[in-house]
Write a protein that binds this ligand. Sequence first.
Ligand SMILES: Cc1cc2nc3c(=O)[nH]c(=O)nc-3n(C[C@H](O)[C@H](O)[C@H](O)COP(=O)(O)O)c2cc1C
Length: 202
Amino acid sequence: MIQTKHDFYKVVEERRSIRGISKETQVTEERIEEVVAHALKHAPTAFHSQSSRVVVLFGENHEKLWNITEAALKEVTPAERFQATADKMAAFRNGFGTVLFFEDQDVVKDLQERFPLYQDKMPEYSFQATGILQYIVWTSFHIEGLGASVQHYNPLIDDAVQKIWDIPNNWQLMAQMPFGHPTEVTGEKQFASLEERMKVFK
Ligand SMILES: Cc1cc2nc3c(=O)[nH]c(=O)nc-3n(C[C@H](O)[C@H](O)[C@H](O)COP(=O)(O)O)c2cc1C
């Protein structure tokens, strides 16, 4: 079991999207593997189907991901806007690693066959499952002192990712989470009124 003295409510408040990251972290690759594995094991999934899959990239593998993403974006971005995109890719590449989140479509199909009543809902549940898992990893990284963000360059990079890291056909890429030592101070967030967003009946 992984232990922390952090207050859950405080951590929920503190987690932010940190897109400015560096490789200069004290957190080890082993510790990162441990917290990602812990999240993957304990995150809830519909019918306990355990549909989520992850790939953790460090070092050259991490850098390669942002190189292929940059190359793919270059094909579809107007030349005058590409510098901003390249800068963003450089910022992610500058990080310590990236977690790739997948959902196993064979598991989703199997659920659809076994529970025909919920057939239409299974893909939605799978999306929700990856969201929950991503949130646990994101928040765990914050506890460890890492900055991270959620990115969506799928499906643009799906084929390249599948080929380079020999990912099974049935694993569908859902999100990418570059992480590293936080080099960015995030601004204050504005919040919509909770009175308008929440109803309580007693
Ligand atoms: C489902 C979901 C998708 C998101 N997709 C992206 C994304 O593709 N790129 C990105 O930079 N941030 C993405 N974000 C981050 C949000 O923009 C961010 O969480 C929100 O603005 C609140 O800021 P905070 O994370 O600092 O609290 C996503 C967040 C969620 C929950």
